[in-house]
Design a binder for this molecule. Sequence first.
Ligand SMILES: NC(=O)c1ccc[n+]([C@@H]2O[C@H](COP(=O)([O-])OP(=O)(O)OC[C@H]3O[C@@H](n4cnc5c(N)ncnc54)[C@H](OP(=O)(O)O)[C@@H]3O)[C@@H](O)[C@H]2O)c1
Length: 322
Amino acid sequence: MNQVPFANTGVQLSQMCLGAMMFGSRCDEAEADRILGAALDGGINFIDTAAMYANGGTEEILGRILPGRREKLFITTKVHAGVDGETIRASIDGSLKRMQTDHVELYMIHWPQPQMDLHEIMHALNDVVVAGKARFVGFCNCPAWVFARCNRIAEANGWAPLVCNQVPYNLIERGIEVEILPQALAEKIAITTYRALVIGLLAGKYTAGQPLPANSRGETDPRVPVWLSKHGDGIERLKKFAAGHGVPPAHVATAWVCARPGVTAPIVGVSTLAQTLAAIEGFSFELSRAQADELASFFDTEVKEEAGGKFPELRRALDLGV
Ligand SMILES: NC(=O)c1ccc[n+]([C@@H]2O[C@H](COP(=O)([O-])OP(=O)(O)OC[C@H]3O[C@@H](n4cnc5c(N)ncnc54)[C@H](OP(=O)(O)O)[C@@H]3O)[C@@H](O)[C@H]2O)c1
C-alpha cells in the first residue's frame, strides 16, 4: 500500500482510507472486526467515520474493535448535528466516548450550512485541538472560497487551520476539478474523496435495464437507479475496459481517482471483508494519464462552462499561483 503525505503536516498515511460508514448498518460488528484486521494487515492506517453513521453505532463498534489497534490508526470523525460552537465542542466528546479513545487525529465539520458563522466554527475547532481531543481539523463538502476564508480567520487569530477537505469525486461526480483541486495543490490541502465507486455502480454491481440486485445499497438509495439510467453506457464501457485489463471494474474506478492530481486518498466504502480485500488489491492497479483520459471520455461528465475564451480552462488550471 502506497504511503502519501497528509497535507503539509509531516504525517504519512496509507493511500487507501477505509470508510467505516457501513459498520453497524450493512455490516455487523463481527464483520467490521474482520474488515479492520484485514485493513491493518494490508497496510492501511487511515480510517474514516462520523458521529452520524448508524446514529453513533459505527463509532460504538469502533470503540469495541479498536483495543490493541488504536495506536496504529489515524482516525477521522465528524460533527453533523450543528455548526455552532457549542455543538462542535460537545460532539467530539460524544465521539471520543463512543470510540473509547481520548483523541482523534482529524475532526471535521460534516456539512456546511447557510448562514454559518465561520469565526465561531474556527474558534470551536481550535478549542478542540488545544484540549488535545483532535490533532488536526478539516471541513467536508466545503466550497474552496469558504475553506480559504476559514483559514484566513484561523491565521489572523493564531488558531489551528483546516488541513483537509473531504469531498465526493469519481468518474461521474467531477465538480471538485473546477476550484477545489487547484486550491488543494496550491495550498497543500489534503483532499480525501468519497464515493469512488458511486455506491457500487462503478464496481459493476448494477446493470441498466436489469432489476437491482437483492440486498444491495441500490435497493434503498434512490440515487442508484437515477445514475444507472443516466450513465449505464459509460458503466458498460468501464466494465469492458476493466475486462480488457484483467481486473474488476472497481480497481479501475478507484485507480482513476488516485491518478487525478490533488487527490490525497480515496475513502473506500466497504460492506464486507471480501470487498475490503478486493479494494486493497485494487490499489496496486495504476492508470496512465492517457488511460485515465480515455475512461473519462466514456462518461462525458467533466464540468462544462459556456463562458467562452480561456475562463473555463483557467479556472481549473492546476498551476495558477503555484
Ligand atoms: N463526508 C461525507 O459527506 C461523506 C459522504 C459519504 C461517504 N463518506 C465516506 O466515504 C466512504 C465511502 O462512501 P460510499 O460507501 O458511499 O461510496 P462508495 O465507496 O462509492 O460505495 C461503497 C459501496 O459499494 C459497494 N462495493 C464496494 N466494493 C465493492 C466491490 N468490490 N464489488 C461490488 N460492490 C462493491 C458496496 O455496496 P453494497 O453494500 O451494496 O455491496 C459498498 O457499500 C464512507 O464509508 C464514508 O466514510 C463521507
